[in-house]
Design a protein around this ligand. Structure first.
Ligand SMILES: [Zn+2]
Length: 297
């Protein structure tokens, strides 16, 4: 039987854990209890100056639910890279053309520096450090990865594969970011990085090898860039594709998601999109569900 699988993900940016966003996530999870979630967690909350690790852990855990999966998200945070024994780089930046060096002793920075600026060896150090942090604070070992700003170049993927990950989820239809950001730099990088990714691109092997690395495209992007109607459109496009083609297991995967740091602002969009999907599926008799998450690709 044909079925649509919605993989719902959250990117944890590693910037802050603000009550209003955590509360919005808790409320959302109450409303959509069946929405098992893939959390791309970030170790950078633990590397901030004066971070209280137990409190950080408690806040993150407050929004996790049974059935969720833990993935890894990395942005180029100075504190995270330095604690991983990697020399921080402040450029390039997707926020400005001419980035300036950070002031010593300033707050953490580097969110806007693509991790593709680093070598495979450097990235492996940061990944290993992040995995150690998760282990220390009792999170599950992640097997899925998403690069900050979806910037998973060949080197990033290679590092991820070598660290034993099973899938990456950084491929994104760059069109969804077009003219949606204050500066177009990130969009202009993503366009040539993911030229063939569309709203209906399905999981594929992106790096061969004894342990092949899968790519699970973020084909519905994240709520900061998508209205509820646009998410619903992505869902319908996938459903149409599934009806027309014979796909493996007769399942099609739609990736939808949001950021923890902007949850209060953008979760209403996701909520709107999911309600529209649910109503449409009920009316048309279309089977759909959240997950199973991509570990079962
Ligand atoms: Zn991010």
């Amino acid at each position: 039987m044909n079925e649509v699988r919605v993989v719902l993900s959250v990117d944890w940016e590693g910037r802050e854990l603000d009550e209003k966003n955590l509360e919005a996530m808790i409320a959302f999870r109450e409303e959509f209890k069946e929405a098992a979630t893939l959390h791309f967690l970030n170790a950078a909350y633990f590397t901030k100056k004066n971070a209280n690790p137990e409190l950080v852990r408690k806040k993150i855990v407050s929004v996790l639910r049974k059935g969720d999966e833990h993935g890894l998200h990395i942005h180029g945070w100075k504190s995270l890279f330095e604690q991983s024994n990697v020399t921080y780089r402040y450029r390039p930046s997707w926020m400005c053309e001419r980035p300036v060096p950070p002031v010593s002793d300033g707050p953490d920075c580097g969110h806007d520096v693509p991790i593709s600026s680093y070598s495979v060896t450097e990235l492996r150090s940061v990944i290993q450090y992040s995995l150690d942090v998760f282990k220390r604070y009792d999170f599950s070992r992640p097997f899925g990865f998403r690069a900050g700003g979806w910037m998973a170049t060949q080197e990033v993927l290679e590092a991820v594969q070598k660290e034993g990950f099973l899938f990456d989820s950084s491929a994104v239809p760059s069109i969804f970011l077009k003219d949606k950001r204050k500066v177009p730099i990130l969009h202009d990088w993503l366009e040539p990085l993911w030229p063939d990714i569309t709203q209906t691109t399905q999981p594929y092997v992106i790096l061969e090898g004894p342990n092949p690395l899968w790519e699970v495209p973020d084909n519905g992007c994240l709520a900061d860039y998508m209205t509820g109607d646009e998410m619903f459109w992505v869902f319908k496009q996938n459903w149409e594709t599934l009806k027309d083609k014979k796909l493996k297991d007769n399942t099609i995967t739609v990736s939808l998601g949001y950021h923890q740091e902007t949850a209060a602002k953008y979760l209403p969009r996701l909520s709107d999109g999911l309600k529209k999907i649910s109503k449409f599926c009920k009316r048309e008799g279309i089977p759909w569900r959240f997950g199973p998450l991509p570990l079962e690709i």
